[in-house]
Design a protein around this ligand. Structure first.
Ligand SMILES: [Zn+2]
Ligand SMILES: [Zn+2]
Length: 338
């Protein structure tokens, strides 16, 4: 089978390998479609902390079961997706069912090899079946589950006033899922292309950070209150540090984007507002189930989330093409069957 390997930052190479044999707790999947995540691009560019090479990237998977390996719940050929955060089941957080932040966590395509290969073995317990979702949609369940988890961590409900910093694939997922919960949603980003896409989302209020001062605009939109929830989905250090100015008194800041550096807040401000600061990492099975039911609702598939489709044979050159406008992407996917 053909595999695509990130051999070192800036270098992608194909290799031929035997189809892997599943261990007792695993099933063998045939990959149909895989999403390219910001994580994969950071890993390729050498910007991902704690990353080692060579590595097979990819964790946003749409696949079919190739060998159920004695796991009777699966039928060969059925369409599945996976929760790509392989947890130990024994550590403190696993014992609290917080498998998303397991202290021995192995994320597919990050700590261990991922799915940019024709066949891939995964723990049977990580596989979601019976979703009823089409092939490409299955590959987008994971990035939406990240947003669903953040909304659940924060406790966003109908009428909550939320601000999202960053209109990338995660920020847009949070926006769509929050609107589905009937929250009042504002999104801020400086990128004209991303904002053009956001203008197609009904009910979403936009702050164009090229043209508007985010704080002034937000205060105008909220009659001086600020947002009750600020989701930081850009990972930008200045955006992270600006959240304490944007949040309403008594509000919650949820850090979803990842940043390597330390950040700081003005403590008197932080105290005066009684801010809750939290982070949201990965997702738990319930978030995946919620996203599947969201996608199954009528009228939730209207937004063009997938903006780029790449054939597996051409994926290496796409990664290495410095002219590809990788910022003009919400979600790129790799297709294995053409
Ligand atoms: Zn991802
Ligand atoms: Zn664990």
């Amino acid at each position: 089978m053909k595999v695509l390997i990130c051999t070192e930052p800036g270098k992608m190479e194909y290799d031929e390998r035997p189809v892997p044999e599943p261990a007792a707790h695993e099933v063998l999947l045939k990959i149909n479609t895989i999403g390219i995540c910001g994580t994969d691009l950071h890993a390729y560019n050498g910007h991902q902390p704690f990353f080692t090479y060579p590595r097979i990237l990819g964790h946003e998977i749409s696949a079919s079961v190739a060998d159920a390996n004695g796991h009777e719940q699966f039928v060969v050929g059925e369409a599945v997706t996976i929760m790509p955060y392989f947890y130990c089941g024994n550590c403190y957080s696993c014992r609290q069912f917080k498998t998303n932040c397991c202290s021995n966590l192995k994320v597919a395509g990050v700590h261990i090899d991922g799915g940019m290969q024709e066949f891939y073995c995964v723990p049977a317990s990580s596989v979601f079946k019976d979703t009823g979702l089409p092939n490409e949609r299955l590959a987008t369940v994971e990035p939406f589950a990240i947003g669903e988890h953040a909304l659940n961590q924060a406790g966003v409900f109908s009428g909550s006033r939320i601000l999202i910093l960053g209109a990338g694939p995660i920020g847009i997922g949070i926006a769509l899922l929050a609107l589905y919960r009937k929250a009042e949603v504002i999104i801020a980003d400086p990128d004209a292309y991303r904002l053009t896409l956001c203008r197609n989302i009904k009910g979403l209020t936009i702050i164009d950070m090229q043209k508007e001062n985010p704080k002034e605009k937000l205060m105008e939109l909220t009659q001086g209150d600020g947002a009750a929830f600020v989701f930081e989905a850009s990972g930008n250090i200045r955006a992270i540090e600006s959240t304490s100015e944007l949040i309403a008194h008594g509000g919650k800041i949820i850090l979803v984007g990842l940043q390597k550096q330390a950040f700081s807040f003005n403590h008197p401000d932080f105290h005066k507002k009684e801010i809750t600061l939290m982070s949201s990492r990965n997702a738990v099975p319930a978030d995946f189930f919620n996203v599947v039911s969201y996608f199954r609702e009528p009228n939730t598939s209207g937004f063009q989330y997938i903006t780029h489709r790449i054939e597996f044979d051409k994926a290496a050159s796409w990664f290495m093409d410095t002219n590809a406008e990788k910022n003009k992407i919400i979600k790129a996917i790799i297709r294995f069957d053409g």
